[in-house]
Write a protein that binds this ligand. Structure first.
Ligand code: HEC
Ligand code: HEC
Ligand code: HEC
Ligand code: HEC
Length: 199
């Protein structure tokens, strides 16, 4: 009996990481493609050849697209480059959220077919030209722009090798769709925007 109890306790300990997985709500979200085969996590994570300083990111069933254009503006302090964008999470997102087809890859093709079919979802294709999207892929240092930008309370800007970069994940948490659009927080009355922007 004692052995059985010990075995049960051990089994519970071993399950602890699984509970943490369930605390994330990718499962059954719009980003859960496990019905197509494989693990829901494997569509964005791979234990080998991953990208960046966090999360071993990789579109497990395909290749990263190259970013073709970066946001730039005369009034901006922060300047992403194609290289800094390539080492952000943007290429992972664009593996699905661009309009190219991945013929060699049935799983990503299926994800794209789902995106194609969303007529209520016109901007789902962000595409590899990021000049018309909110800037990402740069070191976030509000001290450089103290009258315009502050350190956020809700959003998380601790990504990349130095844990100081702004990524798509600064505004989106693809593990949790509680706020819709996989946002990290509610954007009612622009709360998310005003978390960083001084207006
Ligand atoms: C749609 C893409 C996507 C899917 C699916 C996905 N992740 Fe992630 N994951 C990311 C991104 C992007 C990051 C980096 C940003 C972050 O930390 O949130 C990340 C980061 C992580 C991290 C590191 C967090 C940290 O603080 O360093 C863990 C752990 C993780 N994911 C676990 C999972 C598990 C477990 C699953 C499956 C249940 C999963 N992810 C599914 C995109 C995804
Ligand atoms: C494996 C392919 C894939 C990857 C990688 C991926 N997405 Fe998606 N995403 C989709 C599909 C497909 C949908 C639409 C699902 C549907 O409506 O059935 C979607 C939906 C969304 C939505 C809309 C959710 C809603 O409530 O309507 C957002 C926002 C989003 N993705 C952001 C991201 C971000 C940010 C990343 C990178 C961190 C990312 N996605 C990575 C395939 C992907
Ligand atoms: C500054 C915050 C912010 C950043 C950074 C950001 N997004 Fe978003 N995203 C939003 C908000 C807010 C929405 C909700 C719809 C809207 O207001 O356009 C959204 C909507 C989306 C959608 C759904 C589009 C639709 O038609 O509803 C997708 C897909 C998406 N984002 C992907 C990305 C990707 C990929 C990146 C990185 C290249 C990114 N986002 C970076 C804030 C952000
Ligand atoms: C995590 C922090 C953060 C959040 C959240 C955020 N932003 Fe930003 N935003 C920035 C930073 C940093 C810049 C670059 C500022 C610079 O270089 O001077 C920027 C730049 C911009 C610019 C370009 C300004 C220019 O001069 O070219 C616009 C427009 C903008 N953000 C709108 C928004 C909107 C709308 C939202 C809410 C959906 C939002 N931002 C949420 C951090 C954030």
């Amino acid at each position: 009996m004692k052995v059985l109890v010990t075995a049960l306790v051990c089994a519970v300990c071993c399950l602890a990481p699984v509970w943490r997985v369930e605390a994330l709500t990718v499962v059954n979200s719009k980003h859960d493609f496990s019905a197509l085969g494989g693990s829901p996590c494997g569509y964005c994570h791979s234990v080998h050849n991953g990208l960046g300083g966090t999360g071993m990111l990789n579109p497990g069933f395909g290749a990263f697209p190259s970013i073709t254009n970066a946001y730039s503006s005369a009034t901006r302090v922060y300047k992403p480059t194609l290289a800094s964008l390539d080492s952000s999470d943007a290429p992972l997102c664009l593996a699905c959220h661009d309009q190219s087809t991945i013929a060699a890859n049935p799983n990503l093709s299926e994800a794209k077919t789902r995106l194609d079919s969303r007529s209520d979802f016109p901007n789902a294709y962000i595409n590899t030209d990021l000049s018309n999207d909110h800037p990402v892929g740069f070191v976030f240092d509000p001290a450089q722009s103290p009258t315009k930008i502050k350190s956020p309370l809700l959003a998380n800007v601790t990504f990349g090798p130095g844990r100081n970069q702004m990524w798509c994940s600064s505004c989106h948490n693809v593990h949790d769709n509680n706020f819709g659009n996989f946002l990290v927080a509610s954007n009612d009355v622009s709360a998310l925007c005003l978390d960083c922007h001084i207006k």
